[in-house]
Ligand binder design. Sequence first.
Ligand code: NAD
Length: 289
Amino acid sequence: MNAIISCARTGHFRTLQIAHLQRIQYTRGEPSSLIMFKLQDKTCIVTGAGSGIGAAIAQVFARAGAFVCVTDRDDAAGNHTVESIQREGGKAGYLTLDVTQVSQCESVVNQVEKNHSTLDILVNNAGIGHVGTIEKTSPEDLERLWAVNVKGVFNVTQAGISGMIRRQSGVIINIASIGGLIGIHDRLAYCTTKFAVVGLTKCLALDHAKQGIRVNCICPGRVHTAFVDARLKEYSDPQKAYAEMSATQPIGRMGRPEEIAHAALYLASDEAALITGAALAADGGWSAG
Ligand code: NAD
């Protein structure tokens, strides 16, 4: 792989091989800033990692060198993610976790801290959706979404943050949504919960910045996962709905789970040391206007 480098003295551009650049850095005894976004020897928990965005985050974090505790309420799906990570030579294990259950959240964090001594990175990804205006949203619908999308993030974070405070170090990444930054037609309950996730993220970031804990959220636009497939089935014409959903994004397509995982990798890495309290839109330009 090549990189185009501009010389600070002459302003001339040169194309150099990345490997050559790394050799130059090693020779100068400088830290290897070219090997970026590594999570070597970090321990992470990813919730809802049996499918879609969570599975992609688990896979990408394992490729970056982390041990990933894959969690989900769906054991078969979670174990499937672990198997695919291990097939690639990555490090991962599975624990059942329904994020609505406080005792399970505490037990998962305790097990990870007991077996790996630290929890370095927590990714609150588990989430559920709903289509409907206020006329088509029952109080039970709102409570169901609130329990997973907001209280779930609260529960796992509350279980995980005390160890991070003790160690004065940690990274929390919440998967919110573009529906946490702008309103979306027909998504009353979903947007309500995702706006709350953005607020929760910003408060956590402020409260724990001095304790070495960074808290950010990612706001994906449409990403083609089982979650989207389930939403599509709620429409009378799923094909038309698919085309309309893609059209909301200026880039003209839905995102891929790996694209959200790469944003998460950046936020989890030491290279993002200055970033806390951010709501990073990964939406193909949807929220730009
Ligand atoms: P998905 O349905 O493919 O995966 C969600 C996973 O969460 C599943 O494995 C499911 O078993 C798990 N889960 C659900 N409820 C749970 C609970 N109570 N406890 C533990 N696990 C639970 O969904 P996805 O598209 O990968 O979405 C992941 C996250 O990204 C969600 O928070 C979602 O709101 C958000 N998001 C998705 C999109 C998109 O277009 N796919 C866009 C914006 C935000």
